[in-house]
Write a protein that binds this ligand. Structure first.
Ligand SMILES: NC(=O)c1ccc[n+]([C@@H]2O[C@H](COP(=O)([O-])OP(=O)(O)OC[C@H]3O[C@@H](n4cnc5c(N)ncnc54)[C@H](OP(=O)(O)O)[C@@H]3O)[C@@H](O)[C@H]2O)c1
Length: 248
């Protein structure tokens, strides 16, 4: 069976659970060889066993040197990088007056610096792939509805990091358009993943659960696949996907 991403290589960060694991499966189902990035190697190895051509890269995205080594290793082993999905993320939702500064630092390190360092490490490889036979390459960053508007008290630094990656993504889009590297954001509302369902008070609020329920990780994976399978002339720069009954 032929897939729309045959002969491509995709890096997915945060591939050990939730949206990242679903996205890795969905890209592999379209024929991509997927490089799985996260810290929990055992989870990545379990997923890699399911997927044709997947590779495992135990990497902390807040460690820029480790990220660069891993991205270069993928490019060398696979002959390039066609798709980067910046998905790794962390959320903590304390009110500012109660917040632990270490939690704020962690969100900045993972949600912002992680996106910056992974994207920076991949840029030359993506531009080279775009000059190849496929004629296009993609950066997709999983932001959030909280990257478009502040969704309520407690979303302070999480929203700040997601707004920041939105600004970065738009700047990058303008810089890379001529090189045929498409840059897009996928912005989920509440998704049923470890981020929302561990019952920790500091995690994003899943209390808007309703008759139809939260999004599934696959719903966001579908959006990512849509973005990276458009014809080369069409760039989907932003896609907001909320549960039907989510108001904000
Ligand atoms: N769930 C939601 O409602 C929702 C809504 C909007 C946006 N999002 C965004 O969606 C993305 C994925 O989240 P999710 O809901 O799928 O949550 P999740 O199941 O908790 O997944 C988070 C992923 O990020 C990885 N990660 C965290 N810190 C990392 C680090 N320092 N280095 C490398 N990887 C790291 C985790 O892997 P390891 O722990 O193995 O490293 C894990 O694979 C995040 O960017 C999140 O902000 C989620």
């Amino acid at each position: 069976m032929t897939g729309r991403l045959d002969s491509t290589t995709a890096i997915v960060t945060g591939a050990s659970s939730g949206i990242g694991a679903a996205t890795a499966r969905a890209l592999a189902a379209e024929g991509a060889a997927v490089a799985l990035f996260a810290r929990r190697r055992d989870r990545l190895e379990d997923l890699a066993r399911e997927l044709d051509g997947a590779s495992v890269h135990e990497v902390d995205v807040s460690d820029a040197d480790a990220v660069r080594r891993a991205v270069d290793e993928v490019a060398q082993q696979r002959g390039g990088v066609d798709v980067l999905v910046n998905n790794a993320g962390y959320g903590s939702m304390d009110l500012a007056r109660d917040a632990d500064l270490a939690e704020w630092q962690k969100m900045v390190d993972v949600n912002l610096h992680g996106v910056l360092s992974t994207t920076h490490a991949a840029l030359d490889h993506l531009a080279r792939s775009a000059r190849g036979s496929r004629g296009i390459a993609d950066v997709v960053t999983v932001s959030s509805v909280a990257g478009r508007s502040v969704t309520g008290p407690g979303s302070n630094i999480y929203a700040a990091t997601k707004h920041a990656v939105g600004a970065f993504s738009e700047a990058l889009r303008q810089e890379l358009a001529e090189q045929h590297v498409r840059v897009g954001l996928v912005e989920p509302g509440l998704v049923d993943t470890e981020l929302t369902n561990t019952g920790d008070d500091n995690k994003p609020d899943a209390s808007q659960a309703s008759e139809l329920g939260l999004l599934h990780a696959d719903d966001i994976a579908d959006a990512v696949v849509y973005v990276v399978t458009r014809p080369a002339r069409a760039a989907v720069n932003e896609m907001l996907v909320r549960p039907t009954e989510q108001e904000n």
